[in-house]
Design a binder for this molecule. Sequence first.
Ligand code: GLN
Length: 317
Amino acid sequence: RASTGGLPSAARVDELIAEAHARYRGHGEGAVADYIPILAEADPAGFGLSLVSTEGGLHEAGDVAVAFSIQSISKAFVFALVCEAIGHRAVHERVGVNNTGLPFNSVIALELNEGSPMNPMVNAGAIATTAMLPATSGEERWQLIRSGLSRFAGRELPLDGEVYRSEILTNQRNRGIARLLDGYGRLDAEPEETVDIYTRQCALAVTTRDLAVMGATLADGGVNPVTGARVVSAEVARDTLAVLAACGMYERSGEWLFEIGLPAKSGVSGGIVAVAPGKGALGAFSPPLDAAGNSVRGQRACAFLSRALGLNLFAST
Ligand code: GLN
């Protein structure tokens, strides 16, 4: 299908995606995450790019069929589901929407802010957000998250059991964060169970194509442009993108916005989703990360494509 909705012609988008892939394929900077043992086994050469337009057009290059765990990118979509269920005011009051300026797994950020996790895109805020999803049991909460994220992707997302097991055996820090939140009276569910669900949501397996469809759903005002199904309201899509702009790339969010000018979210397995409202979304994957935990090739490719496709939100021409 042709890409419209403010993007160049479909042929031109294909060309630019291929060019972005060719430009950064040989790039050698960054290091694969190893604090979750299984992630250290990722192929550092892996690199895929997908773009899905709000018309449902698909443009891809590289390792677009390779599955990887969604990790922190799940935080954006769980936030959207919680806003859809109970309204964005509740999440704003409980969790906040300001950048911490500190790493995603910081405990200091919590302590400095009287137990407020500050935003739903760092681990503390994401764990608190997961606990806010209304459900009568942990199992029901997990099923709501899995089915909700699957609606964003337009297909049933599988759990990567190996990633889940690797992380659940080594995530003492996230358990500590959940206990601390609970101690401050800021966790709406049992800490161990909430961390378990959070760890599962991070271990859902996606491809760059899934990420691009999920992002394009936010770009399309909450309607999945491939399935045509409404996943969240236009207001929730808008509010989610605002939080991504401020906090999606952790303490590098300001630099990202300055360079690339798009709301985005990264994860430690090397995924990035970058959303151009009304136009579409990019899904990128490449495991080597910078010090903040953002994919190096993914960032470069998004910067190139944001310029070449005219996606920067702050550009007047
Ligand atoms: N599951 C990871 C964690 O909680 C997600 C972190 C990330 O992707 N930045 O540490």
